[in-house]
Design a protein around this ligand. Structure first.
Ligand code: PLP
Length: 350
């Protein structure tokens, strides 16, 4: 099967092999990764390596904390606001999809929200352009890749206000200008590993500026001070993330990932644009995601037949989200070029 699922998503075969071996016996000691203490030397080594790889691959300096938390990206929707925004302060938002809308809703519980631009009126089929970021905002929140709608920021908002980014579905897929970001968060289950851990990269100097009391588990500073082991962290997902990060490094890091992802996405978008049987749901090439490619059958009555043809070729999980319909091929870092070629060949034959 070729796994085009939006998430939990494809992982490199070599990572799956190492991850399953570690379940049987982590390091020859006879203990499984599922059985070891989060205070053990073996886990400490994995956690330390995972953090070092995040720092190396994205050039993250000591002015940022790197955290491995639980609760998913959905917890970060309010966590970021709790830690950064006072009730009388305003966070700017670029509303580019269902996940942005959820982050906006949660942020309103803790401070003010200014939606600077939105593509909601056209069912989020593009990334807004031509807006101006006003002065006086505490931060500007972006969803860098909109998993459901197949859109992605190619240029970051023009502002010196720090950005807070939900990068759940495109982290480590391309180079990023880290200095623009106050917080980057990402649920692991697309480009990094199994569900259960959320990677958070947070600029330390912005913490401690809110007046509210924070529960320890919801205070970035506590997790930074305890190197993500304030409580029992998600040991196995962190271990698998470490293996995936090693794999990304072996492939040549994020610059190599970016090239690989551009090549794959071009192959698929070129076929969507060439083949009259299909139409892309994101018309503007500037907005098209390199990670989630959304398209429909031009004649809707072809939909079930194409679904069957794709399934017969082993293409799994290409059904579109219910709010867009049609098809969504998720082609994250671990999707090989040959996987996309198989899908494109099915489209050509169709
Ligand atoms: N943000 C984006 C861009 C997503 O794609 C998703 C899930 O698909 C989420 C947030 C929610 O993540 P979680 O399920 O980890 O809370």
């Amino acid at each position: 099967k070729i796994n085009f699922s939006a998430g939990p998503a494809i992982l490199p075969a070599s990572v799956l092999q190492q991850a399953s071996a570690a379940v049987a016996d982590l390091d020859g000691s006879g203990l499984s990764i599922l059985e070891i203490s989060h205070r053990s030397a073996a886990f400490d080594a994995a956690l330390t390596e995972a953090e070092a790889l995040v720092r190396e691959l994205l050039s993250v300096g000591d002015d940022y904390g790197v955290l491995f938390l639980s609760g998913g990206a959905s917890t970060q929707f309010f966590y970021t606001a709790m830690n950064l925004l006072n009730p009388d302060e305003t966070a700017g938002f670029l509303d580019t999809g269902a996940w942005s809308a959820k982050a906006i809703k949660e942020t309103k519980l803790f401070g003010k929200v200014n939606v600077i631009a939105s593509s909601k009126a056209s069912n989020y089929d593009h990334i807004p352009t031509g807006y101006t970021v006003p002065d006086g905002l505490k931060y500007v929140h972006v969803t860098s890749n909109n998993t459901i709608f197949g859109t992605q920021f190619k240029e970051w908002p023009e502002t010196t206000t720090p950005l807070v980014a939900d990068m759940s579905s495109d982290i480590f897929s391309r180079k990023i200008p880290l200095e623009k970001f106050a917080v980057i968060y990402a649920g692991a289950q697309k480009n990094l590993g199994p569900a259960g851990v959320t990677l958070v990269i947070v600029r330390k100097d912005l913490l401690g500026t809110v007046q509210r009391e924070l529960p320890s588990m919801l205070d970035y500073r506590v997790h930074i001070a305890k190197s993500s082991t304030f409580n029992t962290p998600p040991v196995y997902p962190i271990y698998v993330m470490m293996l995936t990060l090693r794999w990304i490094k072996e492939q040549g890091g994020v610059a190599a990932m970016e090239k690989h992802n551009e090549r794959k996405a071009k192959l698929l978008y070129d076929e969507i644009d060439r083949n009259p049987k299909f139409s892309g749901t994101v018309a503007n090439p500037f907005s098209r995601s390199l990670m989630n490619v959304t398209f429909v059958c031009t004649d809707e009555s072809d939909t079930d037949r194409f679904k069957e043809a794709a399934a017969a070729a082993g293409c799994d999980g290409i059904v579109g989200h219910r709010s867009v319909g049609g098809f969504r091929a998720s082609i994250y870092n671990s999707m090989p070029y040959e996987g996309v070629e198989t899908l494109v060949n099915v489209m050509k034959a169709f």
